[in-house]
Design a protein. Sequence first.
Length: 62
Amino acid sequence: MSQSIEVTYDDLPLTCPMPGEKQWNSHPKVGLPIEETGEAKCPYCGKEYVLKDWQPQQAGGH
């Protein structure tokens, strides 16, 4: 089972691992495009991120 992390718009742009995480150096830092769908999955560790209060009309910064 993968770990799911809830993030907010204040956390954007989203990267995994996130700043301040205990295992910040567990794999290369990768940007995750969560704004379009409200969800993103890290290709390295499989951690899933969910954007709190995501709304489709906010996608793309609009």
